[in-house]
Design a protein around this ligand. Structure first.
Ligand code: AMP
Ligand code: GLY
Length: 422
C-alpha cells in the first residue's frame, strides 16, 4: 500500500511514525512534512490545499490512500475532490467531506447538529451584524462569564471568554464587524460550562466506530494554566478522572448519538472525530467537534495504540469497523512540547537544535523543525514533542523532562507542570 499523508506538525510525525510500523505499508509520503517525518517517510514539497498537484502526485506514485492531518484541506473539500473525479475514486481518503467538515468549520453548524441529534452541549444562540441588538440583549439574560465564538475557522483564536457584560457587548459588536474577518460574520454566544476538559477520539466509517485512548491537553503557555492559549503545550493519556463510568456516559450520550447522526444525515464521514469534552459535575458535554486528530494529543494517543493503524484505515474505508477491536497499551504516556521563545506571539526561527542524539528514553516528534544542509533547525512556534511511557504518569513525565534537559536550542521554552492538575 502506498500512502500520502498531508500535514507538517507533530501530529503528522506521530501519524507517520505509527503508519511506518505497518507490515502493509509499501511507500509512505508526507506533504509537506518536517525534519521528523523525513526520518520515517519521504517528504514531498506539496501544499496541503493544492488539490490538483496532490492528485497528480497520487496518480504518478500509485498512491492508494490519502490521510489528511489538518482540518483546512477537509473544510476546503479535498475528500469531495477525490470522490468526484473518476480517475481518483480508487484512492481512499481518511477524512470527511466538506459538508461534514463543517462540524469543525462552522460553530453554528456544529451546534445545530448536536441539537438535532440530542448530544449534550452548552445552550447557545447565534447572531449576525443585523441581529447585533438581539445578541447584546441575549447577553444581558446570561450570567458571567460570557462565551463568544466566531462561527468560522479563526486559527484557534476565535473563542473569547469575557467576565464583564459591557466588555462582552463591545466584543460582540467588534467580532460582527470583522474582528476575525469573515470567520466572525456570525457569532455563537454560549452558556459557560464550568468543569474539566478532556479529549476523546473515534475513527469512524460513518456508521460504526472504534475509540482511541483518551487524552487531556494543556493549552495555555504558562505553568498552572496561565497566559495565552497555544496550539497545545503537552498532553497525557490516560486521564485519571476519566473512569469507566464517565467513559460509558461519553459513549452512550455522545459518541453513539454523534455517529448515528452521521448515518441518519447521510454524511460522507470516513476519518477521525475529535470530541472536545468537558466534565460538568459528573456529566460529559461537548465543547466542540474537530474533524481530525488533536495536536499534541496524537503524540500520546498513537504511542498507546497497539493495533496496526494502516489496517484500521483499511477497515474504515471498507466499512468493516463493526467487527474491529482496538488494543491499547496499558502504560501511561505523556508528551511535553518544547516551543520557541516568544510563542504564541512572535518568535525567531532558524535556531540550531543540538543534543537529540543523547535522547534514548523518549520518542521525539518534530513539529516546527527543518533540515538546513544537514543541520537541524527550528522553523516554527511549537518545535518538538517529547513523549515517554511509564508505569505511572509521574514516571512518564520524569522521562520526558530528563530527555528535554539533554536537548538545546536558543530560547527553548516548555511547561514544567504537564499533568499537574490530575
Ligand atoms: P473551542 O474552539 O470551541 O474548543 O473553544 C476553545 C476553548 O474555549 C475550549 O477548549 C474551552 O477551554 C473554552 N470554551 C469553549 N466553549 C466553552 C464553554 N461553553 N464554556 C466554557 N469554556 C468554553
Ligand atoms: N489540542 C487541541 C487541538 O488540536 O485542537
Amino acid at each position: 500500500m502506498n500512502i500520502l499523508l498531508l500535514g507538517s506538525g507533530g501530529r503528522e510525525h506521530a501519524l507517520a511514525w505509527k503508519m511506518a510500523q505497518s507490515p502493509k505499508l509499501n511507500k509512505l509520503f508526507v506533504a509537506p512534512g518536517n525534519a521528523g517525518t523525513s526520518q520515517v517517510a519521504q517528504n514531498v514539497d506539496l501544499a496541503v490545499n493544492d488539490f490538483e498537484a496532490i492528485a497528480t502526485f497520487c496518480l504518478d506514485k500509485e498512491v492508494n490512500m490519502l490521510v489528511v492531518g489538518p482540518e483546512d484541506p477537509l473544510v476546503n473539500g479535498i475528500k469531495d475532490f477525490f470522490t468526484k473525479q473518476p480517475d481518483l475514486q480508487h484512492i481512499g481518503v481518511i477524512g470527511p467531506d466538506a459538508e461534514s467538515a463543517q462540524l469543525e468549520g462552522s460553530k453554528e453548524y456544529c451546534k445545530q447538529f448536536m441539537e438535532k441529534h440530542g448530544v449534550p452541549t452548552a445552550a447557545y444562540q447565534s447572531f449576525t451584524a443585523e441581529s447585533l441588538a438581539e445578541g447584546q440583549a441575549f447577553l444581558e439574560t446570561l450570567a458571567a462569564p460570557y462565551v463568544l465564538k466566531a462561527d468560522g475557522l479563526a486559527g484557534g483564536k476565535g473563542v473569547l471568554i469575557i467576565d464583564n457584560l459591557e466588555e462582552a457587548k463591545t466584543e460582540l459588536a467588534s467580532m460582527l464587524s470583522g474582528k476575525f474577518g469573515t470567520a466572525s460574520q456570525k457569532v455563537v454566544i454560549e452558556e459557560f460550562l464550568d468543569g474539566i476538559e478532556f479529549s476523546v477520539f473515534a475513527l469512524t466509517d460513518g456508521k460504526d466506530y472504534v475509540l482511541l485512548p483518551v487524552a487531556k491537553d494543556y493549552k495555555r503557555i504558562g505553568d498552572g494554566d496561565t497566559g495565552l492559549n497555544t496550539g497545545g503545550m503537552g498532553a497525557v493519556s490516560p486521564v485519571s478522572f476519566v473512569d469507566d463510568v464517565l467513559m460509558r456516559k461519553v459513549e452512550e450520550q455522545i459518541v453513539k448519538p454523534t455517529i448515528d447522526g452521521f448515518a441518519k444525515d447521510n454524511m460522507d464521514y470516513t476519518g477521525f472525530v475529535f470530541f472536545g469534552l468537558i466534565k460538568v459535575g459528573d456529566e460529559p458535554k461537548v465543547i466542540e467537534y474537530n474533524v481530525r486528530l488533536g495536536d499534541p494529543e496524537t503524540e500520546v494517543v498513537l504511542p498507546r495504540l497497539k493495533s496496526d493503524l494502516v489496517t484500521l484505515f483499511e477497515k474504515t474505508l471498507n466499512g468493516e469497523l463493526s467487527s474491529t477491536t482496538v488494543e491499547h497499551n496499558t502504560d501511561a504516556a505523556c508528551t511535553v512540547m518544547v516551543v520557541s521563545e516568544g510563542y504564541p506571539g512572535a518568535y525567531p526561527k532558524g535556531k540550531t537544535i543540538s543534543g537529540l542524539e543523547n535522547v534514548s528514553e523518549s520518542l521525539v516528534f518534530h513539529a516546527g523543525t527543518k533540515n538546513d544542509q544537514g543541520k537541524l533547525q527550528t522553523s516554527g512556534g511549537r518545535v518538538m514533542a517529547f513523549t515517554s511511557y511509564g508505569n505511572t504518569q509521574a514516571e512518564a513525565l520524569k522521562k520526558s523532562y530528563q530527555s528535554i534537559n539533554k536537548v538545546c536550542f536558543e530560547g527553548i521554552t516548555f511547561r514544567k507542570d504537564i499533568g499537574f492538575d490530575l
